[in-house]
Design a protein around this ligand. Structure first.
Ligand code: FMN
Length: 180
């Protein structure tokens, strides 16, 4: 299965999940990655979300701006960590744009799947954590705890991601039921 993912340099992949999510139950996964692990995780999450009947989309952060949060539905940040606890290169422009534009994200609900390596003791998963702090500051509401995948633990990130997204979707469904 392939995906419709706008990449830096206009590279595109096409998929069953092509197109803009257009319903309030949609889940959009925003991917920050350096070497592709977070994207593999996001693609598997996308399959799992679609299997529940929800619209699902994976968007690499490369060309994103704050306006992405005008999409209907909820969001998952799936981001690794580089440098001194920084967001990865493909997320830097997006992160800076969000900080600068500082939109009111009061309507946004999101989850965070952070990828990192616990051997970086002082900055473990800080890429995902930085997004979490910024979105919270902009008024968005996090659903569930930040999930941190540890590359040094020997677990398969896609498997950990799948377990997490299933539990997260269950939480989301119960929040939606209470709000209905
Ligand atoms: C040069 C370098 C710097 C890294 N810095 C951190 C860090 O500060 N904190 C952390 O938790 N993980 C750090 N990592 C680990 C990555 O975030 C982790 O391996 C992640 O799974 C990579 O995902 P990606 O392939 O999607 O980029 C670093 C890895 C490399 C190669």
């Amino acid at each position: 299965m392939t995906y419709n993912i706008p990449r830096a340099g206009n590279e595109m992949r096409t998929s069953a999940y092509a197109g803009r999510a257009d319903d309030v139950n949609a889940v959009t996964i925003l991917v920050g990655t350096m070497t592709g692990t977070a994207e593999l995780v996001a693609n598997d999450m996308c399959d799992a979300i679609a299997a529940t009947g929800r619209e699902a989309a994976v968007l690499p952060m490369d060309e994103l701006a704050a306006e992405v949060f005008q999409r209907p539905g909820v969001f998952v940040i799936c981001s690794s960590t580089y440098g001194q606890g920084d967001v990865p290169d493909n997320a830097m422009k997006f992160y800076a744009n969000l900080e600068q534009a500082a939109p009111d994200l009061g309507h946004v609900q999101y989850g965070v799947f952070a990828l990192g390596d616990r051997t970086y003791t002082d900055t473990f998963c800080h890429g995902g954590r930085r997004f979490d702090e910024l979105l919270t500051k902009l008024g968005a509401t996090r659903l569930g705890e930040v999930m941190r995948h540890d590359a040094s633990a020997g677990t398969v990130p896609e498997a950990v991601g799948l377990d997490w997204i299933q539990a997260w979707l269950a939480d989301l469904t119960s929040v939606e039921a209470k709000a209905a």
